[in-house]
Design a protein around this ligand. Structure first.
Ligand code: SAH
Length: 228
């Protein structure tokens, strides 16, 4: 039931009146999302409905729909819209699937995921960011997203295994706990490589307990931190 409510919240946001950025968002979806090859209707609808300008610092709201990442404080960034959509699409999330995100940041990626499936878990290591994102997600009606403050290297054991895992910070290697918490038949997308260099976005699939990895795209993410 709460899952159904979450999806309804997503649809209601889509039609909400008094949104000064409707046109910018529509233009962003047409040019950067559909125009760059994103096809999954559930992902396109999510990108159309989530108000990205409410996930960036107020002073940057007018740049929220630009084709680039933006700073969100604490040296962290919200990914460029295309990357958010691309990573979501490649996970092939079915409605009802359980998804774990590592790196809540602003909560934007989590809100996009919440439009696709009601079971979204997200782990953030910077307390202030995680608390603010949790509050923001609730205030905007994405009540189904659960946020935990912890080192995401260890995943979120309590709700494992997951159908899909999305890591939004670059790791030097794929953390073994995340591979363990992936369901058989599940998919994980993760940037791998050295901090501040070009990294590889990797797709990890687990089939019959065998792990397959593929390089998908060169990307640049902030590093996955370690420690408390
Ligand atoms: N997905 C976010 C963007 C996140 S930027 C969004 O949509 O806004 C990467 C985030 O990963 C940052 O917030 C950073 O603090 C967080 N992070 C870095 N290392 C982490 C770790 N070990 N565990 C959990 N979160 C981590």
């Amino acid at each position: 039931m709460s899952g159904v409510l979450g999806i309804i919240a997503c649809l209601m946001l889509f039609a909400a009146p008094g949104d000064p950025f409707v046109r910018e968002r529509e233009a962003m979806v047409n040019a950067q999302i559909v125009g760059q090859g994103i096809k999954d209707p559930s992902v396109v609808d999510a990108m159309r409905s989530v108000k990205r300008h409410l996930f960036v610092p107020q002073a940057l709201a007018s740049s929220a729909y630009d084709d680039r990442p933006l700073p969100i404080g604490y040296g962290q960034t919200i990914s460029q819209p295309f990357i958010v959509a691309f990573m979501t699409e490649i996970l092939k999330i079915k409605p009802g699937a359980k998804v774990l995100e590592i790196g809540t940041g602003s909560g934007y990626q989590a809100a996009i995921l919440a439009c696709v499936t009601p079971e979204v878990y997200s782990v953030e290591i910077i307390e202030a960011l995680g608390l603010a994102a949790g509050k923001r997600l609730r205030a905007l009606g994405y009540n189904t997203v659960r946020v935990k403050i912890a080192d995401g290297y260890y995943g979120w054991e309590a709700y494992a295994p997951y159908d899909a895992l999305i890591v939004t910070a670059a790791a030097e290697y794929i953390p073994p706990p995340l591979i363990r918490q992936l369901k058989d038949g599940g998919r994980m997308v993760i940037p791998v490589g050295s901090p501040f260099m070009v990294q590889k976005l990797m797709l990890v699939e687990k089939q019959n307990s065998t792990v397959y990895t593929r390089d998908i795209l060169p990307v640049r993410f902030v590093p996955l931190r370690r420690g408390p």
